[in-house]
Structures are given as C-alpha cells and as structure tokens.
Design a protein around this ligand. Structure first.
Ligand SMILES: [Zn+2]
Length: 258
C-alpha cells in the first residue's frame, strides 16, 4: 500500500501506517485504515450498508459468490484487490485462498463492517479512482457492481493481470422492476473495458423467493429513482416475490504494453 498524499510506500508501525515523509494513517480498532483524503462522509451510508448486509445474509447471492470464488481460486493469485468492496461479502470468501488481499471502498461504515468480519484482508477507506498501490503490483482485481476505473486498473494490474467484472444480466431483478414500473425493459449489455482484452463471459441466473422485498429494494438504485406509486406497490408485497437474479461475469486480461 502507498501513501495517498506522496505515493511513497506505507510501512506498518504499531497501529499506524507511515510513509517516508511522515504522513501517518491510524489503523481503526476493527483493523481497517482510512486513506481517504476527503474528511466528509462519502460512499454508502449506514442505512444502505445495513440493508445490503441484511439482504446478502439471506443467501440469495451465494451462488454468485461461489462462482467468483471458484473462478479466482483457479487463477492462484498472490495478490488480490476488490474494488468498491462494500461490506466484504464477496471479498472475504475470495480472499481466504489468496496470500495477500485488499478491499477498498469509500464508505467507512461498510469498511468497518468488512474489517470486523475478516482479519486476513487489509480493508481501506479510499477512492477507487486513486488506488493506494504501486504500478503493476496486483494479480487479480474484482469490480462487482461498481464503476470501472479503467486507467487505475491498468496502472495497478501486473502485466497479464486479470480483472473480473460482475454486471447485471438482461433479466436481473425483472419481477421487482415489474412491480415498480409500468413498462420494463431489459438491462443493457455490459460495456467493454478500455485497454483490456475480454477472455471469457459467463452468465449465471437463479430465481429466488425473496421474503423481504423492501430490503432488496433498499440496496438497488431503484430505491431512489422509482415513482412513489411503484414504491407503495413494493411495500404491499407482504408475501414476498420470486425474483430473478441474473449476473454477467466477465474476465479481462491486461493487454501487453509494447
Ligand atoms: Zn506520504
């Protein structure tokens, strides 16, 4: 890890991380380090973070987590970084088989939760657009439902390094969208990642009965973009709903710079 101010390596000293220029970052009680240069609260707030944790703990996304773990374990990375890792639901499972692992997210409540549950991974509060890592230092990165900072990814990945992206498939959340909106269109296909070569695309989907539709809604962008009548219809779904979870997992390799 590098200092976010002068980009020199950070060394651990007691419960602090210090660079050669004496910039110092304290490790929190839960074990994470805050390398964000912004003082104000950023990223997902406590409500969103708690809603996501509650929903993920129902196991509805476990098949995605298992597919990712299998894919990444087969690559035998030495170093792994999860971009926008949130509460570490995917990170801690994948990281268990990787010697050196990191998770970064702007949200302090999310990172505190992640660090409390996983002592093996170093969790960082920071921006994915300014990764606190050396050039060509990471073997495998994941970007799971997060924006893709392609320039930073290319800088930090080793040559031939791998990026795995997860984006919503065409039918993802279809039944929920049908309750929310008058007309529903399928999700767009994923965009290419600049400077990366697509190695593999895998689509996985499952229909799962969700008891608490509201907590699912709470972790989606629809919570803030849907019409009021649609939100009321979701609140009225007291018996839950069968919802399709459809994911596109893509594997990208960093192109050789010559
Ligand atoms: Zn520094």
């Amino acid at each position: 890890m590098n200092c976010p101010i002068c980009h020199k390596p950070l060394e651990k000293s007691g419960r602090s991380w210090i660079c050669i220029n004496h910039h110092c970052f304290d490790q929190a009680r839960q074990g994470y380090v805050n390398l964000s240069r912004k003082q104000k609260k950023t990223g997902d707030n406590e409500t969103m973070s708690a809603a996501r944790t509650k929903f993920l703990e129902t196991g509805a996304y476990a098949f995605l987590r298992d597919a990712l773990k299998e894919k990444i374990t087969a690559l035998h990375p030495e170093t792994f970084l999860d971009l926008g890792c949130g509460e570490g639901y995917y990170t801690r499972e994948i990281a268990a088989s990787v010697p050196e692992s990191y998770g970064i997210d702007l949200s302090k409540p999310s990172i505190a939760h992640a660090a409390a549950k996983d002592k093996h991974t170093q969790y960082i509060v920071g921006s994915i657009y300014e990764l606190p890592f050396d050039d060509a230092s990471i073997d495998v990165m994941t970007s799971i439902f997060t924006p893709i900072p392609d320039r930073e990814i290319r800088r930090v990945l080793k040559n031939q390094g791998i990026l795995i992206t997860v984006t919503p498939g065409r039918e993802h959340h279809n039944e929920l969208k049908q309750v929310l909106y008058e007309t529903v269109r399928p999700n767009d296909d994923p965009h290419p990642v600049e400077g990366m070569e697509l190695v593999d695309t895998q689509e996985i989907s499952q229909k799962v009965h969700v008891d608490d539709i509201w907590s699912l809604l709470e972790m989606t962008p629809y919570r803030y973009t849907s019409p009021k009548e649609g939100l009321e219809r979701v609140q009225a779904c007291t018996d839950g709903l069968d919802v399709t979870f459809d994911f596109v997992i893509q594997t990208w390799r960093k192109k050789h710079n010559d």
